[in-house]
Design a protein around this ligand. Structure first.
Ligand code: TXA
Ligand code: MG
Length: 350
């Protein structure tokens, strides 16, 4: 892959002239088939013209992504869903009205105008209208439907700050729009509206309870909680992996302290992700302190936390499991993947 100088623009402030200039330049690059990363409310995306085979091929190349994993098409306005979908069903329309712009990707039959690399040869396409002014402005400026996976190297934690994108993709893409840390911190919920009842393929920023309140019963892909082949091609790959192995701990604080001590006794340098109330007394070599323990905060901070532990500094990372439904279910889905399934459960006798 040829090295290219990556342009960095700051788009913190919608009102500033620099915002308009950056968005216009980035939009023009996208229209030329170049790759530009931009912030969304979930994670940073790596954008390309969804109609161009060459542009989409370079997304897969820059990320090192397997070609059977389809990309989500991002649009700037609700009516632009028709640029990708063959037809908008009544259910899809209701979901768009309720959750767009927002963290919900809706799978519909595609209309045949996109690069087949976007859809990985499937008959369907995932579409999303992101809730971020820089994302919508750059998509609008490009004049294209924009295919955008998370802007990380394949297998790494998704980027929630521009510096994460730069870490993974500087020199491989044309530009990065820096809009500061993203709000939700986890990727969008993916819902398949080509089946009845609709099926959640990936839990995310919008919860199943919120969706059910709008369209009634939805199913959740059983593979999300059981050992089955997932229906969303991307869910089967190794994901979100930090540089050192992560082990999840299901038990008391005392159990966590015990695991940290045992690991250090094995000669390992230990990192731990924990909340403020437990900071300073874990016994770990390095602590990442979450400012609060609520699920929203954990979701927002998780990928940054995972990325702060460098393999040169720690050999093992621990984190306690997150209990809870809804967003908690989405956080646990990412954590278990990041941990490659390693969960240690405390043997408790009462
Ligand atoms: O929040 C997000 O969704 C972020 C931001 C950038 O929008 N994007 C994102 O894209 O997470 P990516 O490529 O990292 O994940 C897309 C997921 C994958 O699991 C993929 O397999 C699934 O969506 N997907 C995309 N199109 C699909 C389709 N037609 N059918 C089933 N699954 C699909
Ligand atoms: Mg991704």
């Amino acid at each position: 892959m040829d090295y290219q100088q990556t342009i960095h623009w700051s788009v913190d402030n919608v009102g500033e002239k620099t915002f308009q200039a950056a968005v216009a330049e980035a939009g023009a690059l996208l229209r030329e088939g170049k790759l530009v990363a931009f912030p969304t409310e979930t994670v940073y995306g790596l954008g390309a013209d969804a109609r161009s085979d060459a542009a989409v091929a370079s997304v897969f190349q820059a990320k090192g992504r397997p070609s059977d994993n389809p990309l989500i098409v991002h649009v700037a306005d609700k009516q632009d869903a028709a640029l990708a979908a063959a037809a908008i069903t009544e259910t899809a329309e209701k979901l768009m009205d309720a959750f767009w712009p927002g963290a919900l990707t809706i799978i519909l039959p595609h209309n045949g105008t996109l690069s087949t690399k976007v859809t990985a040869g499937l008959s369907t396409v995932g579409i999303r209208l992101p809730d971020h002014p820089a994302a919508r402005a750059v998509i609008r400026a490009s004049g294209c439907p924009i295919a955008a996976p998370s802007a990380n190297r394949s297998g790494r934690p998704s980027p929630t700050r521009a510096m994460h994108v730069a870490e993974d993709l500087d020199g491989r893409i044309a530009g990065i729009l820096d809009g500061g840390p993203t709000g939700v911190g986890l990727e969008s919920t993916v819902i398949d509206c080509t089946v009845e009842p609709p099926l959640i393929l990936r839990p995310g920023g919008v919860t199943s309870a919120e969706i059910e309140a709008v369209i009634g019963t939805v199913d959740v892909d059983p593979a999300l909680s059981e050992e089955e082949q997932p229906r969303s091609p991307g869910m089967k790959y190794r994901h979100y992996a930090p540089e050192a192995p992560l082990t999840l701990l299901d038990g008391t604080t005392a159990f966590m302290h015990e695991q940290i001590r045992a690991s250090r006794e094995r000669g390992e340098r230990v990192g731990v992700i924990l909340t403020k109330d437990l900071a300073g007394e874990s016994g770990a070599d390095r602590e990442y302190v979450l400012p609060a323990g609520d699920t929203e905060t954990v979701a927002r901070e998780l990928y940054h936390a995972l990325r702060t532990f460098k393999e040169t500094e720690v050999d093992q990372i621990f984190m306690q499991v997150i209990k809870g439904e809804d967003l908690g279910f989405a956080v646990m889905n990412r954590l278990v993947k990041a941990a490659g399934g390693r969960v240690l459960t405390e043997n408790r006798t009462f």
